[in-house]
Design a protein around this ligand. Sequence first.
Ligand SMILES: C[S@@+](CC[C@H](N)C(=O)[O-])C[C@H]1O[C@@H](n2cnc3c(N)ncnc32)[C@H](O)[C@@H]1O
Length: 278
Amino acid sequence: MGMQRLRKFGSQRSLEQIFEANEGRLIHKWMHYFDIYERHFKPFRYQSPRILEIGVSHGGSLDLWQEWFGPGAHITGVDIDPRVKALAKRDIEIRVGDQGDPNFLGKLADNDGPFDIVIDDGSHRPAHQLLTLQKLWPAMNTNGVYLVEDLHTNYRQEYDGGLRRSDTFIEFVKPLIDDLHAFHTRAEDFEPSIWTRTLGGVHLYDSVVVLDRADREVPLHRKTGRPTFDTLYGRDISDILDEDHLALIQQMNRMHRRAIRALKSPVESGRKLIQRFR
Ligand SMILES: C[S@@+](CC[C@H](N)C(=O)[O-])C[C@H]1O[C@@H](n2cnc3c(N)ncnc32)[C@H](O)[C@@H]1O
């Protein structure tokens, strides 16, 4: 596809196809990430999303996102290495800064947000990953996707990690499962938190966590259709059935009881049947 056509209509290639054919700037990705990206980023493809990637390195992943998300995608790349400044181009902004610096992150949120997608592929230090989430989560659009990658580093000492070390990003994520259910828990000392109200889902993969940004209220449930039996969850519901419906269910119950009797004593039932037709 010519460059002009690509700019106008966007690429039809998958992320993995773009990656495999890449002869441009270096991209470094674990191969199983491509399915995760496709699954969670697809709703934003060709929708002119605002994307933030922390960790630019040689700039190849910024080009990958630009081609895949299509025309109108606006991408901000962040890196601590000032050399990346030169990689800015149309629809790709570059900010040089440290994701461990709360002031830098605050300015990033104010000037470049709100974001539809945040990809944290920066220092891979748990303290930075947590600070970045804390500062950028409020700068996400509703229905946005926050993705942290290379979380295997949370298990490695050289990245300030370790199995079940309490201050890692992985350990922060585990209790989010309870926050997600706080509208339903009956424990007195557990209230819905800001996470209960803003988190739509938590997705865990090998080395990747995806958090869905949502605006949540107390969930509702409803019933549609008509009952099949005259009890629901063990309770009698004949008061909510009209006469015809109740008569049908009772007829079905009689047939059901008859079938059970026949099955209990099939020889006896067979004999009765033969007698009746003699
Ligand atoms: C794994 S590379 C990014 C790879 C790139 N996203 C890709 O897919 O090809 C990590 C980058 O994070 C940058 N980095 C490291 N510490 C950082 C920090 N504290 N703040 C911002 N960027 C940082 C490094 O300079 C490096 O370029």
